[in-house]
Design a protein around this ligand. Structure first.
Ligand SMILES: NC(=O)c1ccc[n+]([C@@H]2O[C@H](COP(=O)([O-])OP(=O)(O)OC[C@H]3O[C@@H](n4cnc5c(N)ncnc54)[C@H](OP(=O)(O)O)[C@@H]3O)[C@@H](O)[C@H]2O)c1
Length: 226
């Protein structure tokens, strides 16, 4: 296997498009999600994964290890988002955001370490402008993404001797199935399209291996949605 990639949340939205892009770019891709996808390719492994469960994350990496001992590219993408004023947000909703968007990436990185390649592995996290900027009615999402960024900031220092690349993407709103579940009042015309997101993602992935993007914020020219 020449180049291997893992991605969480490969069943929908950005994760599915990134998966197809990486396959077309020559990677072997191990994608993890709970529901899986109908997309098929000989170099795509659709692996069951619940990012909130350490047992499931460990099993995901056991499957990867059957095929490769190392990972060139890791895409930390899976995430959930619901909207509600803080006073109407249930404890269960708040905790599920933390479990998926903060604890999930923690488990991913913990089990990823033994696959890292010195001077080589590139870790790309799909954060959000909500990891940098407070929006109304998404306190749980904001907290979980700020928390994820804090965890990555610490880990980058712990793993500095590996000399791997950490790229953090902070996109604004993108028109994906995520918004069908949110049921928003916001106009999709003020969101980036998936192909626009992919133009930035492709640039980042194909950049020379000496380059990382510690903080890349990009959004629709209409500005922040709020
Ligand atoms: N769309 C936007 O406006 C936007 C903007 C900025 C950042 N982002 C971020 O981009 C990432 C992808 O979002 P999207 O817009 O592509 O959303 P999406 O279409 O709803 O896809 C979310 C993906 O995450 C996976 N996922 C959710 N919970 C999971 C779990 N417990 N275990 C494993 N996988 C899980 C889902 O798979 P299953 O349900 O099959 O498990 C799905 O593949 C998220 O981190 C999101 O916060 C999105």
């Amino acid at each position: 296997m020449e180049r291997s990639a893992i991605i969480t949340g490969s069943s929908s939205g950005l994760g599915l498009e990134i998966t197809k892009f990486l396959i077309e770019s020559g990677y072997t891709v191990f994608g993890g999600s709970r529901s899986g996808t109908e997309y098929e390719h000989e170099n795509f492994y659709d692996v069951e994964l619940d990012i909130t469960s350490e047992e499931s994350v460990a099993e995901f990496f056991e499957t990867v290890r059957e095929f490769t001992p190392t990972i060139n590219l890791a895409i930390n993408n899976a995430g959930i988002c619901e909207m509600a004023p803080l006073s109407e947000t249930t404890l269960e909703q708040f905790e599920s955001h933390l479990a998926t968007n903060t604890v999930g990436p923690f488990l991913l990185f913990k089990h990823l370490e033994s696959f890292l390649i010195q001077n080589e592995t590139h870790i790309i996290s799909i954060l959000s402008t909500a990891a940098q900027y407070g929006y109304p009615n998404v306190s749980a999402y904001n907290a979980s993404k700020f928390g994820q960024l804090g965890m990555i900031s610490s880990l980058k220092k712990e793993w500095k001797d590996y000399k791997i690349r950490f790229t953090n993407l902070f996109p604004g709103a993108i028109d994906t199935p995520l918004w069908d579940k949110v049921g928003t009042k916001f106009s999709r015309d003020k969101m980036l399209k998936i192909n626009e997101f992919m133009s930035v993602f492709g640039f980042v992935v194909n950049a020379p291996s000496t380059i990382q993007f510690p903080e890349l914020t990009f959004l629709h020219r209409e500005g922040f949605l709020e």
